[in-house]
Design a protein around this ligand. Structure first.
Ligand code: PLP
Length: 394
């Protein structure tokens, strides 16, 4: 590959751009993971993660990816043959179902069109009909990265409560945590699943569970096989700042720095507002181009990623290839049944107005070069939206 000057634009919806400060922190010399400095590092990271998850409960950090955290949520709380309810709300929701099936769980998948979030009414029907409480857990993705559609988790909780059903609520926050407001305790979530590589502004490599007391209790009866992902040893060791095996020490250096930036310096509220502004500006550009945002319900628009439908007869693969070759920018592919049909713009993580402007310029120029029918002026609309919504200086 020939030299490409300037920075690569990594505008897939994760992994996201890692700030230089975080990269520098990761490059500190590795320390003894059984020493006092490591303990202080772990405890600081756990405290920060509790703030980000908005929980007073427990957070567990694994070396791993989001898929590992999915597995950990299931194997620590359920037994072979247990019934769980999930939603056909997108590609990642489907992959989590696959993990559940691989462990012998019986998964009742509520159908969906992928353009809407998980449906609380359909869930309520399932739970009301389940008089014997055979359903042990509800699995839902907060922000479906493949579609740019969010689910109202508070409404899902309400449906469970209204049915008086004891099922655990498990929520995938992989592409919402640190970019879209997520409230673990307020929404009564039992197990949350997350990864380091999206809103948290780190490279891939850390996996997280936030865990309620009810989930810990359920775990005492759970019979699914587990070893690497066992919460028990992790919780005991983490309480003192250590791990039952070698942690990803240098990623924890990065996490400590990223948490400081998000919580102490920018403030979580501002982080979410920034993502909302970027989501809104992106959608305005899309509409001005005469293209269609894949998410159908404005109340469910994602602030971290936008999926855009290609005009009939034009492939996203070709468009993304043209943009990568000419403008050194990676955009998200269509996944699963959306392959070829949508491309995705990631606008999450360490990202600002001018990065979004550059991203949208690359898309607009790419649409032209790839011969995709569109109108001009998406960038102009986005810039107007951004300048009209600049937060007041404090
Ligand atoms: N859940 C969601 C919503 C995701 O977007 C992803 C990955 O992009 C995953 C889970 C899987 O995470 P990982 O690829 O880190 O295993």
């Amino acid at each position: 590959m020939s030299f490409q000057p300037g920075r690569h634009f990594l505008q897939i919806p994760g992994p996201t751009n890692v700030p230089d400060r975080v990269l520098h922190a990761i490059s500190y010399p590795t320390i003894d993971h059984r020493g006092a400095d490591a303990a202080a590092l772990t405890l600081t990271c756990l405290e920060g993660m509790r703030t980000v998850f908005k929980t007073a409960g427990e957070v567990i950090i694994f070396p791993g990816s989001g898929t590992g955290a999915w597995e950990a949520a299931l194997v620590n709380t359920l037994s072979p043959g247990d019934k769980v309810v999930a939603f056909d709300s997108g590609h990642f929701a489907g992959l989590w179902v696959k993990v559940a099936k691989n462990f012998g769980l019986t998964v009742d998948v509520i159908p969906g069109d992928w353009r809407h979030g998980a449906n609380p009414e359909a869930l309520a029907d399932r739970l009301h009909a389940d008089k014997d409480h055979a359903i042990k857990a509800v699995m839902v993705v907060h922000n479906e990265t493949s579609t740019g559609v969010t689910t109202n988790i508070a409404a899902i909780r309400k449906a469970i409560d209204a049915a008086g059903h004891p099922a655990l609520l498990m929520v995938d926050t992989v592409s919402s945590l640190g970019s879209i407001d997520y409230r673990h305790d307020e929404w009564g979530v039992d197990v949350a699943v997350a990864g380091s590589q999206k809103g948290l502004m780190l490279p891939p490599g850390l996996a997280f569970n936030a865990v309620s007391a009810k989930a810990v209790e359920a775990g005492k009866q759970a019979k699914l096989p587990r070893s690497y992902w066992r919460w028990e040893e992790m919780r005991d060791m983490n309480a003192k700042g250590f791990f039952p095996y070698t942690p990803a020490t240098n990623l924890l250096f990065g996490l400590r720095e990223a948490l400081k930036m998000m919580i102490e310096e920018e403030g979580l509220r501002n982080v979410f507002l920034r993502h909302q502004r970027h989501g809104e500006a992106t959608r305005r550009a899309v509409r001005a181009w005469g293209l269609e945002v894949f998410a159908a319900n404005p109340a469910e628009f994602s602030s971290s990623a936008t999926a855009i439908l290609m005009p009939e007869g034009f492939s996203e693969t070709e468009l993304r290839a043209v943009i990568l070759k000419n403008f050194n920018m990676s955009l998200g592919a269509g996944l699963g049944k959306l392959a070829g049909k949508v491309f995705r713009i990631g606008h999450l993580g360490s990202f600002n107005d001018l990065m979004l402007a550059g991203t949208l310029c690359g898309v607009e120029m790419g649409l032209e070069l790839a011969g995709v029918p569109h109108r001009k002026g998406g960038v102009v609309e986005a810039l107007a939206s951004l300048s009209a919504s600049v937060p007041p200086a404090v």
